[in-house]
Write a protein that binds this ligand. Structure first.
Ligand SMILES: *[C@@H]1O[C@H](CO)[C@@H](O)[C@H](O)[C@H]1NC(C)=O
Ligand SMILES: *[C@@H]1O[C@H](CO)[C@@H](O)[C@H](O)[C@H]1NC(C)=O
Length: 279
């Protein structure tokens, strides 16, 4: 009797009816199913997907069922940010020891308890500074763990730190809350050594607009994922913020995407970025 009542209720009420019901457990279960789906190469393992899904790869509309999730990828490292305020997730995935190396960044947005939008960035050999072995090495050494409640920054402070970093690419007067240590993992290249003196304020290009920013924020780990257009190039900047200051920066930059309008600029912008990085 009781189980029948429960089933009937379950059939009527959506799994998550409002943002207030969007719990960390719910988001984690779904983000974990993304990792399982990618590992198996089976999009149907991703749950729960809404009847209408806005699915994009490298910022272009793509086919969910035949996209990257249909390719089995050995997952060596994954990490989620869970945003219960927006009901959204960000997952970083690294495959360095499988048949083909990949680094993926995935933002998922939920509506009425189901995934309604997925934005996936797919990088592999040939992309900006791509080296999955390096990404795996550094990403798995860093501590992106839970920050004690009393020391957590607000969403506004976390987003402001990310915005300051993104703004300085076009405005050198912006004051960025650099942490010390602070390290940047760009493609597979690390700006630091993992030591206490690592710095992030090294080799920032000028005159580049980082626009169309979409944020996923997890205050419990001080993380903000920003998907943006780097002068027309699909790009992910992810930050770990500790006590208001930048601790880690991860970037994923898709150079192999066929985006007509970005093509000329890509050559113009990224070699410059590279030159300054090496200074
Ligand atoms: C990739 O990174 C690893 C680890 O840092 C390094 O040993 C290797 O030489 C790098 N490969 C290339 C092609 O740069
Ligand atoms: C550049 O940043 C400074 C400091 O935040 C700000 O006052 C100024 O308005 C910015 N300039 C532009 C063109 O956005």
């Amino acid at each position: 009797m009781r189980s029948l009542a429960y089933l009937a209720l379950g059939a009527v009420a959506p799994l998550v009816s409002s943002a207030a019901d969007c719990t960390r457990e719910f988001l984690k279960t779904s983000a974990d199913s993304l990792v399982a789906a990618q590992a198996a190469g089976d999009p149907s393992l991703l749950k729960p997907v809404a009847a209408t899904l806005d699915y994009r790869e490298n910022f272009s509309p793509a086919a969910f069922k035949t996209g990257i999730l249909a390719t089995p990828i050995k997952i060596d490292h994954s990490r989620h940010s869970l945003d219960t305020t927006q009901c959204a997730t960000y997952t970083e995935l690294v495959s360095a020891t499988g048949s083909k190396p990949y680094v993926l960044g995935v933002q998922m947005y939920f509506t009425d308890g189901a995934i309604s939008k997925i934005d996936t960035l797919v990088t592999t050999t040939g992309d900006w500074l791509f080296n999955a072995t390096g990404t795996l090495y550094w990403a798995s050494r860093e501590d992106w763990g839970t920050i004690p409640e009393a020391e957590r920054d607000s969403r506004a402070v976390i987003q402001a730190a990310a915005d300051a970093y993104c703004d300085i690419f076009s405005n050198k007067s912006v004051v960025v809350p650099w942490g010390r240590p602070c390290a940047r993992l760009e493609g597979g290249i690390y700006t630091g050594t993992g030591g206490p003196n690592d710095k992030c304020d090294v080799g920032i290009p000028s005159g580049v607009a980082l626009v169309d920013r979409r944020y996923v924020i997890d205050e419990t780990v001080g993380a903000v994922s920003v998907f943006l257009s780097f002068s027309g190039i699909p790009d992910s900047h992810e930050f770990r913020v500790e006590k208001g200051k930048l601790r880690f920066v991860h970037t994923i930059t898709v150079m192999t995407a066929r985006q007509g309008k970005g093509k000329g600029r890509r050559r113009a912008v990224l070699p410059d970025r590279g030159r300054q990085e090496e200074d």
